[in-house]
Design a protein around this ligand. Structure first.
Ligand SMILES: Nc1ncnc2c1ncn2[C@@H]1O[C@H](COP(=O)(O)OP(=O)(O)OP(=O)(O)O)[C@@H](O)[C@H]1O
Ligand SMILES: [Mg+2]
Length: 768
């Protein structure tokens, strides 16, 4: 008697599937919720025995828009969303047995069991019957040596089959357990097989055909023989469930929130307008992508008479009677109630590393009004999220105050052609210092510098020095750290190059980032309200224009990362693995809805590996230590983090054990040392805000050291006239060795375009 497919489905398969019967015609359709995390290759296939005379007419997807393929392995139907079909080459070649239009006869021929069981060939038998036949067999037939070897080969192939391993996930046989289960299945088979089955298998030979024949029998075997393994794997999968993240914030869901999306290009007044509402509110929170921007808003709002506190990972500045807070987005509380919240640079939801912080703020903030400021790339996904959360969405669209003008002349490859008010953008520390050195050597201009490794205080000092009129510091040389939100007196953005190292290789700077950076020129209210942008080399000009003219790509997925509690729950399912392995396993097994991805966390795993040798840290402590802001490429900073964790684990007060130089840097080595030292102090302050205060008793001292170092850094930058060093000499990385070349493909591409342009005659100015 064949099983009811629905029962089977619910018993063995993902609850994401639903069977919908259309009883009148004795047909059914299948539907599923969205499936995700293709990286984990979870093959959400559904196996069931087709009931007699029931015709499978149609397989359709749910509203998710996924199509199914119904695959037939010996009378057993496996329903697989195409998404997964595409991820498995062996499945791709399998013909669906039913289409949208149905092919009833074909289906019937293939799936309806014959009524005359006795005369049936093995290939026509129900896999469950074959399994029963094997179980009931008293003893195996005698196999010849050749048969034995051939059969062994067939089972070896089966155990190694990526397809079968992938399919087995549908019944919660994990990829690591599959080879063991397959091996045990082989032993069972050898003990019990009969002539018909052996002959049939031998006729199929090792490979796909045999795998497809064996798999459904294996399913029967595994369900009966390994219920504990299945249960264990299933609960592990359940504990790594990151679907429906909107349900993680029931208090936010209980509020009828109004989301206002300030959508537009750079310099269009998005943040300005959101801040107006923030300042009017009785209680407000501003979430910034950067410490520096949080500080800027903190200063601005307080100067306008609205008491506002500052909260970043490193500093808490409480302003008495202040009901407003400017914070970094990672620090925002989802437990407090606000009248107005502002989440700036909302498109950062799609950031591969930090995106989860924006997603969490959007889903979890308890505020009557939430103002999102950003470009249009995440608008459609925000619409989708608002539908899921039930929030009202209002869209305010903005245009740039003044168009950005591209200067077609460029600097003609000569940095001496810079002019007052220029900001030269380079994408590595080394290039930044090379440019500064060249400008100061060959022109009368002086340069301020802004790059990621500088403390926000120093960056602000440099920005102010550049913004002030009447001094000789009229050129800014900056990395992409200048790109977000800051208001600077920049007349023209000059791209020194348009390629950068992305942690792996040198790639063209993405158009959205080029737009963001170019948008720093000509801000409303600055002394240069008409913005210009250009490149150093003529070669790069076309790429610049292309980027500026390109529409924003629509983002389809935004970042998520589990809370500690979710990781803890998952850890409860597995024993004897390191924290880094735990994170790895989590990422392999977690389930996500279609519009989310799991944020990258390689840096966290690196820290976790280093901290592995520290004994006595709880899982939560380990989790928190791994999030400390540390440059994993800086061995000194890593060493201090390890030391801090060791002291903390031993329950002794964590000391800084580090001196501050008395004088500003005289060479690049000393400058790098100051940057490193500031990072260590900043890390100490971060840890003091995330762990028990008494464990980090030297906060005051650390604060003093941080501002001393920032000051020394400022002084050092003013007189810096040396050649830059690399933090990791010999290693590839952000600080590249001298003489690196832009990717050839890009140079070629630009050369080709330039040729075309020269043929067609060049324009002087292009307005974008
Ligand atoms: N209505 C206004 N009145 C006066 N100044 C304004 C007004 N709107 C914007 N500004 C000023 O224009 C400049 C750019 O505005 P804002 O920072 O809000 O732009 P944005 O769209 O958020 O840009 P970005 O995308 O670069 O963050 C700021 O200096 C801001 O103070
Ligand atoms: Mg802004």
């Amino acid at each position: 008697m064949a099983r009811n497919p629905a029962t089977r489905l619910l018993r063995n398969c993902s609850s994401q599937f639903k069977v919908r019967y259309i009883s009148s015609s004795n047909r059914f359709t299948l539907s599923c919720n969205e499936f995700h995390n293709p990286s984990m290759q979870m093959h959400q296939s559904v196996g069931f025995t087709h009931p007699e005379r029931t015709q499978l007419n149609k397989c359709s997807s749910s509203s998710s828009g996924l199509d199914f393929r119904v695959l037939n392995f010996n009378k057993r139907l496996y329903c697989t969303p195409n998404e997964f079909v595409n991820s498995s080459s062996s499945l791709q070649s399998t013909e669906p047995i039913a289409s949208e239009h149905g092919d009833d006869n074909k289906i019937k021929d293939q799936v309806s069991p014959s009524t005359n069981e006795g005369s049936k060939h093995v290939s026509a038998l129900d896999p469950e019957e074959i399994y029963r036949r094997l179980c009931d067999a008293p003893i195996s037939i005698k196999l010849g040596l050749e048969e034995c070897e051939e059969l062994s080969e067939i089972f070896r192939c089966f155990a190694r089959s990526g397809w079968a391993s992938n399919q087995a996930l549908a019944i919660y046989i994990g990829a690591s357990f599959f080879p063991t289960a397959a091996h045990q299945f082989r032993n069972f088979f050898f003990k019990k097989c009969d002539r018909d089955i052996v002959d049939h298998l031998l006729s199929l030979g090792p490979g796909t055909e045999s795998d497809k024949f064996l798999f459904p029998i294996f399913v029967e075997y595994a369900l009966e023989q390994h219920p504990d393994e299945i249960k264990k794997f299933r609960s592990m999968i359940a504990s790594a469930d990151l679907t429906k993240p909107e349900t993680w914030f029931p208090f936010a869901r209980a509020i009828k929130r109004k989301i206002i999306y300030h959508c537009g290009p750079t310099n269009s007044g998005k943040t300005y307008n959101a801040l107006q509402r923030f300042m009017e509110a009785k209680k407000g929170i501003y979430c910034s992508p950067l410490r520096l921007l949080a500080m800027e808003v903190f200063d601005k709002v307080n100067s306008l008479g609205v008491y506002c506190s500052l909260l970043t990972g490193q500093e808490k500045k409480y302003v008495p009677f202040g009901n407003h807070t400017a914070c970094t987005v990672e620090m925002v509380s989802t437990e407090e109630l606000y009248e107005v919240a502002v989440i700036d640079e909302i498109q950062m939801m799609s950031d591969l590393y930090r995106g989860y912080a924006w997603t969490r703020a959007l889903l979890g903030l308890q505020a009557d009004e939430i103002h999102l400021c950003g470009d249009p790339s995440v608008l459609s996904i925000v619409r989708k999220i608002c539908k899921e959360t039930g929030d009202e969405l209002i869209e305010n669209h903005y245009e740039r105050f003044k168009p950005l003008v591209v200067e077609a002349k460029t600097l003609l490859g000569d940095i001496k052609n810079v002019r007052s008010g220029d900001c030269v953008v380079a994408f590595s520390r080394r290039e930044i210092f090379e440019v500064k050195l060249a400008i100061e050597k060959h022109t009368t201009h002086k340069c301020c510098v802004i790059y990621g490794a500088l403390p926000p205080e120093t960056r602000r000092h440099q920005a102010n020095l550049f913004n002030e009129q009447g001094n000789e510091y009229d050129i800014l040389v900056a990395s992409d750290a200048v790109g977000m939100g800051l208001n600077l007196n920049i007349r023209r953005i000059v791209f020194y190059s348009l390629s950068k190292y992305n942690g792996d290789k040198i790639v063209p700077v993405p158009p959205s980032q080029v737009k963001q950076i170019a948008g720093r020129a000509g801000r409303r209210g600055s002394i240069y309200p008409d913005g210009l942008t250009t490149t150093l080399h003529l070669d790069d000009l076309d790429y610049l224009i292309e980027c500026l003219q390109k529409n924003f790509d629509e983002i389809t997925k935004v970042g998520l990362f589990p809370f500690f509690e979710q990781v803890e729950l998952f850890a409860g399912q597995i024993s004897d693995i390191t924290f880094s392995q735990l994170l790895q396993k989590f990422s392999e097994n977690c389930r996500l809805d279609g519009c989310y991805f799991l944020c990258k966390h390689d840096h966290i795993k690196k820290v976790a590996n280093m901290l592995e040798k520290v004994e006595g840290l709880s899982l939560e402590d380990r989790f928190n230590f791994c999030f400390a802001p540390v440059n994993i490429r800086d061995p000194k900073a890593m060493y201090h983090l390890l030391r801090f964790a060791q002291s903390y684990a031993m329950n002794v007060p964590v000391s800084l054990a580090m001196g501050v130089p008395k004088f500003s840097a005289r060479n690049d080595m000393e400058l790098l040392d100051l940057e490193s030292k500031h990072q260590v102090v900043s890390m100490y302050l971060w840890l003091s805000n995330h762990f028990k205060e008494e464990s980090f008793p030297y906060v005051k001292k650390a604060e003093g050291m941080a501002s001393d170092i920032a000051e020394l850094l400022g002084e050092s930058l003013i007189k810096a006239d040396w050649k830059p060093e690399s933090r990791n000499q010999g290693k590839k990385g952000e600080d590249r060795e001298e003489g690196y070349q832009r990717p050839r493909s890009m140079v070629k591409m630009q050369e080709k375009k330039r040729q075309e342009k020269e043929n067609s005659g060049s324009v002087e100015k292009v307005t974008v």
